[in-house]
Design a protein around this ligand. Structure first.
Ligand code: GRF
Length: 206
């Protein structure tokens, strides 16, 4: 059975594109991106989806409650065959916090990518937080989503060196290159049925 994937986005869509390319190249077998959902109608990620022939739906979150918005998103996923027990939901630069009810519904089947080595620097502006803290190493994390923000079981992390002359843009772009590697890799492992969550740990079958 094909794994149906939904990608939730808000902005640029470079992680979305890395996943679409990996699926197109056959790096992620037995999976298809069925729909992209943006909470921002003008997001560049919508164009990225369409360029790759994937249905993109904008569900504007202005003037709705988080619960109403999330239930519209859930309806859209269901309409595209991304069901809670069988599909996979990927947050890729999705700037909204999903309500507990949504996260619990898709439990174990929602991932997020975050531009730091969690649990350091959760939340917004992770790269700036890392620079301000003066860390020598930062990186990125793909994790399963739980109701607490940026706190779920970790699937893959990749580190990058922080240089003395780094500004936020330079560090962000070095981290982003690694994001584009580890997110498709995490999706591949999931699609191959090789991830098992045991408490806080994600075990990867070799
Ligand atoms: C990435 O840095 C991701 O880690 C963070 O938001 C950014 C999204 O970038 N959650 P893009 O939209 O995938 O280009």
């Amino acid at each position: 059975m094909v794994l149906r994937i939904a990608v939730l986005v808000s902005g640029r869509g470079s992680n979305l594109e890395s996943i679409l390319k990996a699926v197109e190249r056959g790096q992620v077998k037995g999976a298809t991106v069925s729909v992209v959902v943006s909470n921002r109608p003008g997001a560049r990620a919508i164009e990225v989806a369409r360029k790759h022939g994937v249905r993109a739906v904008a569900i504007d979150d202005k003037e709705t409650t988080p619960e109403d918005h999330a239930s519209k998103v859930a309806q859209t996923l269901a309409a595209h065959g991304v069901s809670p027990g069988e599909g996979l939901v990927l947050l890729a630069g999705y700037m909204k916090i999903l309500p507990r009810s949504f996260v619990e519904k898709y439990s174990g089947r929602i991932m997020n990518i975050h531009p730091s080595l969690l649990p350091s620097f959760p939340g917004k502006d992770a790269q700036r937080q890392a620079l301000e803290h003066g860390v020598k190493v930062s990186g990125c994390t793909v994790h399963f989503v739980t109701p607490e923000v940026d706190a779920g079981p970790i699937i893959i992390q990749r580190s990058v060196q922080v240089r003395e002359d780094d500004d936020e843009a330079a560090l962000s772009s070095r981290i982003l290159r690694q994001e584009h590697r580890i997110y498709p890799e995490a999706v591949r492992l999931f699609a191959e049925g090789r991830l098992r969550v045991q408490g806080r740990r994600v075990l990867v079958r070799r």
